[in-house]
Write a protein that binds this ligand. Structure first.
Ligand SMILES: [Zn+2]
Length: 461
């Protein structure tokens, strides 16, 4: 039976909001008393019970489907369902309900319709007025926290004062996206559509806080304006896809003020959020996007755990990991990496990072060669030379060191030494004693002295 005194349903009004306005319209001070008089419990309206909502729709003279559109229903656990979205309870504002002072700025005994969007933690601005929502003081028993109109009337003066001096706040890309999903409206498709809306929120916020406010920032220490800007920044990056996410994280690392060198210390909030994220098929694409970045950025070896996924391939070496893998002691490897960093372009290898990290694929063949290389004493011995002639030979350019870096002893590749020896032996004839012309021949070939090896080379060979 339709009531004699009704109110029109707002475009994005919840069942509890509508019931509370019906109660006001019918001069009932507390909505729970009003609905009880109508034969339904307040709790059943809060739960979105279909029977209760149908009674409410009939009383208000509206379509049940219209009332259901912006009304929460119970979902598994403590979650709520709104249209096609499952909303975890921590995403909802109840005692800390916010309202738009401009939407409510009108005289009359019944407040204007509220919006379901005001009940969401990440919604900070009114989508219609682009002003900051204001938080209502907590309700006092017997006022139900869900009795929106009752609470508005309790704090009418505060809301009117806020309406006199509204704080402008831009409606962010995140809020537009969020509203479209929460209200089941059309929006440009993004890969984020596959994730629960609360995951998009938490990911955008934790990433955005890092991007906008640095490594040490925390969401709860930011103003609403700062948080809104962070959410917007994080969302825009994420919405553009894994490639944009990688690029933004790379830039953030390059711009960071502290030099810590680890994903969990460099992306504190974002890392913590991902760490706690349930590892399911739903969350896999997001986790994989970050895991790929971690593997490409940090010195992680094959098989090591990267947020629950074993690393498929090492992309980066640090001094420590290279020292372990190539069997060169830590101090020597450190000096080598530093010397290479100090002489950019010298070896044609990509420069090490500030942490002295290097790209494994580009560096590994060279490091393997360096690791087996001999110091000049051992190299000379392998050639059967004394130090003096060996030095002259190196100066002549016949034998090149693997690396010749400032402050470091040259190293020689034993494979090259053996190849050089083989070439010399091929063209050499054994002699008992060096003749002057043989020495000359040798000098012409090598310009490095007659006692090169105990075999000399014939001029005509
Ligand atoms: Zn508004």
């Amino acid at each position: 039976m339709k009531l004699a005194l009704t109110v029109p349903l707002g475009a994005t009004e919840t069942a509890t909001g509508f019931a509370s306005r019906l109660a006001c319209r019918n001069n009932s001070q507390f909505v729970q008393d009003f609905v009880q008089d109508m034969g339904i419990t307040w709790q059943s309206v809060i739960s979105g019970d279909a029977e209760a909502l149908s009674v409410l729709a009939e009383l208000g003279g509206i379509e049940m489907s219209d009332l259901e559109r912006c009304s929460f229903r119970r979902a598994a656990g403590r979650a709520r369902r709104l249209g096609g979205e499952i909303v975890p309870i921590r995403m909802l504002r109840v005692t800390n309900q916010r309202v738009c002072p401009l939407c409510l700025a009108q005289d009359g005994p019944v407040p204007a319709a509220g919006s379901v969007l005001w009940q969401f933690e990440p919604v900070l601005a009114c989508p219609e007025h682009a002003v900051a929502l204001v938080e209502l003081p907590a309700s006092k028993f017997p006022r139900s926290p869900y009795d929106l109109s009752g609470r508005i009337l309790d704090h009418r003066r505060m809301i009117d004062a806020a309406a006199m001096r509204p704080r402008p706040m831009a409606v962010t890309a995140f809020e537009r996206y969020f509203a479209a999903r929460a209200l089941g409206a059309e929006h440009p498709p993004t890969w984020l559509d596959q994730f629960n809306v609360s995951i998009v929120w938490r990911a955008s916020e934790s990433l955005g806080v890092r991007i906008r406010h640095g490594t040490r920032a925390r969401a709860d220490s930011l103003s609403d304006q700062e948080l809104s800007a962070a959410l917007d920044a994080g969302f825009k990056v994420l919405a553009a896809g894994p490639h944009a996410l990688h690029a933004a994280m790379k830039t953030s690392r390059e711009n960071q003020s502290i030099d810590v060198g680890g994903f969990y210390t460099e992306f504190v909030m974002f890392a913590r959020f991902l760490q706690k994220l349930e590892k399911t098929n739903e969350t896999k694409p997001l986790l994989d996007a970050v895991r790929d970045f971690i593997e490409r950025t940090y010195p992680i070896g094959d098989g090591e755990d990267v947020m629950g996924r074993p690393c498929a391939q090492r992309h980066v070496h640090s001094v420590q990991t290279a020292s372990r893998e190539f069997g060169v002691d830590w101090i020597r490897m450190q000096r080598l990496f530093q010397a290479i960093a100090d002489t950019p372009g010298h070896l044609g290898l990509p420069a090490p990072t500030a942490h002295l990290w290097v790209q494994a694929d580009a560096w590994s063949p060279w490091l393997r060669r360096y690791a087996r290389a001999l110091n000049p004493k051992k190299a000379a011995k392998r050639l059967g030379l004394k130090t003096g002639p060996f030095t002259r030979m190196v100066k002549s350019g016949i034998l090149q060191p693997v690396a010749s870096l400032p402050g470091l002893v040259d190293r020689f590749d034993p494979v090259e030494i053996d190849a050089l020896l083989a070439r010399l032996f091929e063209r050499a004839k054994p002699v008992d004693q060096l003749e002057p012309d043989m020495a000359m021949a040798l000098t012409a070939h090598a310009r490095c002295g007659q006692d090169l090896i105990p075999i000399s080379i014939d001029q005509n060979s």
